[in-house]
Design a protein around this ligand. Sequence first.
Ligand SMILES: [Zn+2]
Length: 285
Amino acid sequence: MIKRLSTFCILLLTLTGCSTNSTSQSITQPTVKLYAMDCGITEISDMSDFSIEGKYQGEKLTLVYPCYLISHPKGDLIWDTGLPQSLADIPGGVKMGVYHMQVNANIEQQLAQVNKTAKDIEFLSLSHSHSDHSGNANLFAQSTFIVNALEREHMFSDNQKQADKEGFAMYSALEKAKTTTFTDQHDVFGDGTVVMKSMPGHTVGSAILMLKLAKAGPVFLTGDMYTHARARTLGTYTMYHGDQAQTKKSRQAFEALVKQQNARVIIQHEKADYDALPAFPAYLE
Ligand SMILES: [Zn+2]
């Protein structure tokens, strides 16, 4: 599992701070709540893997691994499930090379704080299937799994099952889950407030989540298109992007959408973005 964890990209969420102009509030806009749960943290003693251009050699970085709960009047969505809960049972976490991974909170206990259980969650979606985003996915096998069609094909291919048995085991129960696939984008509740959009490159079917919140306005969760803030400002690429050229195209499309909608960007593994969000169980709305 450890090898697995370091092989994909290790990051996670956060949120950010491009504060946006609040959009005009409509009395008809449903109240959508964005909760950021703590699903792990990784201390990195040498960021060399995070720039194929060699920009961060010897630098330290802390990455966070949030799980997001998006609560809509018509149902709940979990977006990414973090590092596997099993890491919480290992005192001091797991050290692997320059990576020190820890899980200090329990996703089910956090859901209980807002009076929910995993079985209450109607929808599950993953920005992509790497193990730092799918670590607790099997908890939500009764939810409807919303996934880019190419990502799903990859997840359950014979090659993937053989090449990454431990990673596959983290989401294996989703293979028989009720599933909705999409190619370009998917509007979860049909009102434009919670929309997944394909942004391939990091993986074959990576996606972002675009929210329209009544008070905070447009908020975009990046998945791992960017793994930390400087990747966006400096335009660097980690060794974990499966296809750099495709990632570059997706970044260009993403930035155009950000500009068009004046969206707040949450780079999921960026600690500053995570820290800028209301501390769970408080939420952004
Ligand atoms: Zn990641």
